[in-house]
Design a binder for this molecule. Structure first.
Ligand code: FRU
Length: 487
């Protein structure tokens, strides 16, 4: 174990040595948050406080592998200009020496409280897990208080990622867990003061609940109210692919229901995947002054060809998704790009009514070099297929006949096109954000979303529209500016 001052010194050195090479990577993103060096994974401690949004993240600054993570720290007022703050939590105590793993933030009595998992492995590789607290008066410097919760009976040491919230003067915490029978679950705790916690059992109390047998581990839970409904987001591991579902290595999704805070039981309906693309995991939400429920996620999936990303040769790996606002309307969850992102749009919008016929295509030239946003509103769609090809590396296809929306991307493992798809009754609009090596597609105002990394040959920049029959849509296109990042 190393001391915190030594760790910080090593970090300063690595940033100095590697940053330039990292920034030279042509695949470096322009409006998605990335690690300055090394590997980024889960969003952590996302919170609005004193006019600023704090977004911490799982960070391995020294290499592009997982390991003993610290908490990196971004701050913003407007989601466009960001500050990369000094590292918030370092893995330098006996209770977190193998990683300050994921967790959350809450504001209490004018202080910021961070709850996180202290990951510890002994020399035989046995895991121990501690749910720890760190407190800050300024949101920048954190005072570690050590473990506040030890492992209750009935769970393995796969017990992590505390998410804390307040409901009617009482604090609650959900923790991602594995039961002794090696099934995933979610543990619930309550507290009056954020220091003393009482275990309340699993949120899944009904024995017949399908979530009792839904993979071997649930990571990164988040439980909150949206438009009168209780939503539980979590990441089950160990699901087999089923139809168009569960094709990534691990999943991220939600159930909607009613939380009984007396008994600590959640009654809920089916599990829905949050994102239908290739790269999405460990989402975390918070609310702000305007009452918006905002979500970030890691644009990657654990153990899913992580070491094949070409950015590794430039000493960095992974990024966050764009911030999305969650809305629950007409019994359905919608994810919309956060309103602030319109500020990325450069002044000149390109607008056109596009009419396609079979055997005819239409091309936007040199579009994807920097950031681009496309907005398409459909008037007529052909029965068979409509397709958008982006930079020879991504294809979006909608088949009205099959009611299918398809995303294909050129694999960064073997160069072949691979596919994700979802049922879509009707296609009315598409909002597409194209960054240098990341794409996010919001369908029908956020009814479905696909996120993916892609690596084009950097000389291919065109966007190409084609269709099997008569097709018309209005198109708006903006060039997007980059985030401003101070570090
Ligand atoms: C999810 C996860 C969490 C853990 C963290 C470690 O991606 O495995 O469960 O806290 O990453 O970086």
């Amino acid at each position: 174990m190393q001391s915190e001052p030594l760790y910080r010194e090593k970090l300063t050195k690595v940033l100095k040595e590697k940053r330039e090479a990292v920034e030279r990577d042509p695949y470096r993103l322009s409006f998605h948050l990335m690690p300055p060096t090394g590997l980024l994974n889960d969003p952590n401690g996302f919170i609005y406080w004193r006019g600023e949004y704090h977004l911490f993240y799982q960070w391995m600054p020294f290499k592009t592998n997982h390991g003993a993570k610290c908490w990196g720290h971004y701050v913003t007022k407007d989601f466009i200009k960001w500050r990369h703050e000094k590292v918030a939590l370092t893995p330098t105590e006996w209770f977190d020496q193998n990683g300050c793993y994921s967790g959350s933030a809450i504001i209490h009595e004018e202080k910021m409280y961070l709850f996180y998992t202290g990951n510890v492995k002994d020399t035989q590789g046995n895991r121990q897990t501690y749910q720890c607290l760190a407190i800050s008066e300024d949101g920048i410097h954190f005072d570690k208080k050590g473990p506040v919760i030890s492992l209750p009976e009935g769970y393995t040491a796969h017990f992590r990622d505390p998410k804390v919230w307040k409901h009617r003067d009482i604090f609650y915490m959900v923790v991602g867990a594995q039961k002794l029978d090696e099934k995933g679950t979610i543990a619930l705790f309550e507290s009056k003061d954020l220091l003393n916690w009482k275990y309340k059992g699993n949120v899944i109390k009904n024995e017949n609940d399908f979530l009792n047998d839904f993979g071997y581990m649930f990571e990164c839970p988040d439980l909150f109210q949206l438009n009168g409904h209780d939503l539980l987001i979590f990441c089950p591991q160990g699901l087999e692919p089923k139809g168009d579902f569960y094709h990534n290595t691990y999943q991220s999704g939600y159930v909607v229901g009613v939380m009984d805070y007396e008994t600590g039981a959640l009654e809920h309906d089916e599990f829905y995947e949050l994102d239908r693309g290739f790269d999405f995991y460990a989402p975390q939400t918070t609310t702000d002054e305007q009452g918006r429920r905002i979500m970030f996620a890691w644009m990657g999936v654990p153990e899913q060809n992580e070491q094949n990303h070409p950015t590794i040769s430039h000493d960095w790996l992974h990024n966050m998704t764009l911030p999305r606002e969650l809305l629950y309307e007409n019994n359905k969850l919608y994810q919309r790009p956060l309103q602030e992102l319109v500020e990325l749009r450069q002044p000149n919008v390109f607008e056109k009514q596009v009419h396609l016929q079979p055997e005819m295509f239409w091309k936007l030239l040199n579009e994807t070099t920097k950031g681009t946003e496309l907005l398409l509103d459909f008037l007529t769609l052909p029965e068979d297929w409509f397709q958008i090809d982006i930079a020879e590396a991504v294809r979006l296809i909608y088949s009205k006949e099959k009611q299918l929306f398809i995303l294909e991307r050129k694999s960064y493992v073997d160069g072949k096109f691979e596919r994700r798809q979802c049922f879509l009754r009707n296609l009315t609009s598409l909002q597409i954000f194209i960054d240098t090596s990341a794409i996010e597609i919001f369908i029908n105002e956020g009814e479905e979303v696909f996120s993916a990394r892609f690596y084009s040959n950097m000389s291919a920049h065109h966007i190409h529209f084609s269709s099997s029959g008569s097709c018309s849509f209005s198109l708006q296109k903006w060039s997007l500016s980059s985030y401003h990042i101070d570090s």
